[in-house]
Write a protein that binds this ligand. Structure first.
Ligand code: F0G
Length: 457
């Protein structure tokens, strides 16, 4: 057969709610028209995030049952550490409860106020943690990334010429870190090529700047290198991932994604002194260095998750499933950022809703329409998230694109759920002019999109 099913079957299920259209309208109103404020029991298909939302395996739950909860030196820590060390090759590993805890510890230890952190694109909390450390977060995506329709295979690459110019230019001495996000979650789930990572590593060596990975989706990036980059078709995803980690001085990883677990994170380091300083910070703020805010049973699920996530059959099925969803959505009349990545699809709301100006937040409007029409939750990646607004909450500078992210939880939804999502989008795309815009009613100063409240226009 040409189309293989996923290499697992369902053993434990959880019911999902179906609300009436009136109930959904009331729920969204109560949530201040911000899907982040909805309750999970008001949602039919939840595509808000692929973080901590995956299904675990029977093997992970069996391992969790023998989790060792000793305060220090637990057996579960050594199982997790050995697995992560074998995968990444880093001599020093620190567990943290999730990715941003690792970012905070690394950035406050490594970056000095006034320094610059350069990335292909910082994820939102990563950006915030760089700024909380007093440094500047600067994004240098490759030019191909800015053409949403181009099918350039590695739109997650950093702009190498721009990076070299910055390192060699007047700002060069202030660059304290180069951080590559694999895959590039902020810009369309696009992968970073091995060639680009090698070039970044050599530039960083030449200019004496630390090079780290934000490896939240390291296995998916490895799969896309294997599928798209000449020379890697015979490598296993695990071999590719290990080679990628080997290029960098260290990593921060949110293991809520490719750790196949609900919680967890990791800092990987080579430098002894940096490790000692991060470890002191970890013990003071997260927990002792053999658990870092995680329970023994979490460490067990993670150790097993790191093995399962690089299985070729799992990655092949997940990549094919996302690509199929993209095709169904495109056929229903909605454009997505090309080519399809793995953990999420990004809808081009700006193109679907030309009657809405960026100041009316078309991405957010499409996200709300998906909830009102079908109980589907997703997140805006447009001017509501990235634009600048004034004191009266008016949009001053729009985002470059008005996108909506449909994040795909791992091993959770079936083809029928995805067909339902595509049908719902198709119904919206038949009469897009019916979708109304929004205005901001109140908003916090930092990380606006999480807590903002809006009203329909
Ligand atoms: N880096 C990337 C690339 C991420 O996507 C995330 C989280 C983090 C770091 C932070 O990790 O959540 O464990 O603290 N992304 C989630 C998402 C929340 O929905 O994309 P965390």
């Amino acid at each position: 057969p040409r189309r293989l099913p996923p290499p697992y079957r369902i053993k434990v299920v959880e019911p999902i709610p179906f609300l009436s259209a009136e109930e959904r309208a009331r729920a969204l109103d109560d949530a201040g028209h911000n899907p982040f404020n909805l309750r999970a029991d008001q949602i039919t298909v939840d595509l808000l995030s692929d973080s901590g939302t995956g299904a675990t395996s029977a093997a992970q739950e069996a391992a969790a049952a023998v989790g060792d909860e000793s305060y220090a030196g637990a057996r579960s820590w050594f199982r997790f550490r050995d697995e992560a060390a074998d995968l990444t090759g880093y001599p020093h590993l620190l567990p943290v409860h999730q990715g941003r805890a690792g970012e905070r510890i690394l950035f406050t230890t490594l970056l000095k106020p006034g320094q610059i952190c350069i990335s292909n694109t910082h994820f939102d909390t990563t950006h915030a943690n760089v700024e909380l450390a007093g440094a500047e977060a600067r994004d240098l995506p490759c030019p191909e990334a800015l053409d949403l329709d181009s099918d350039f295979p590695f739109k997650g690459d950093i702009d190498l010429a721009g990076l070299e110019r910055t390192l060699a230019g007047p700002d060069g001495p202030r660059v304290g870190l180069v951080l590559m996000t694999i895959t590039n979650n902020g810009l369309g789930a696009q992968p970073v090529s091995m060639a680009n990572l090698e070039a970044v590593a050599s530039l960083c060596r030449r200019f004496g700047v630390p090079f780290f990975l934000d490896g939240a989706r390291f296995a998916e990036n490895a799969w896309l290198i294997r599928s798209r980059e000449p020379g890697y078709a015979d490598w296993t995803p695990r071999q590719i991932a290990t080679r990628v980690f080997g290029l960098a001085d260290g990593c921060v990883i949110s293991l809520k994604k490719d750790g196949l677990s609900a919680i967890g994170g990791l800092i990987g380091l080579r430098d002894d002194d940096l490790f000692a300083r991060c470890e002191a910070n970890l013990i003071a703020t997260e927990g002792f260095s053999t658990y870092g805010g995680l329970a023994g049973h979490d460490l067990e699920r993670l150790a097993q998750g790191l093995r399962e996530v690089v299985e070729p059959a799992y990655l092949a099925a997940r990549a094919a499933s996302t690509a199929r969803l993209a095709r169904m959505i495109n056929e229903a009349g909605v454009d997505t950022v090309q080519p399809a990545g793995i953990h999420a699809l990004y809808l081009n709301a700006g193109r679907l809703l030309p009657h809405l100006s960026p100041a009316e937040f078309p991405g957010h409007s499409l996200g709300c329409a998906l909830y009102l029409e079908g109980g589907i939750r997703c997140a805006e990646l447009g001017s509501l998230y990235l634009g600048t607004i004034d004191e009266q909450y008016r949009l001053v500078t729009p985002a470059p694109f008005e996108l909506v992210r449909l994040a795909i939880p791992r091993r959770v939804y079936t083809e029928e759920h995805f067909a339902y999502v595509a049908d719902t989008l198709g119904a919206i795309a038949k009469e897009p002019e019916r979708v109304r815009g929004y205005r901001i009613v109140s908003t916090p100063p930092l990380l606006r999109h999480f807590k903002v409240r809006l009203a329909p226009l």
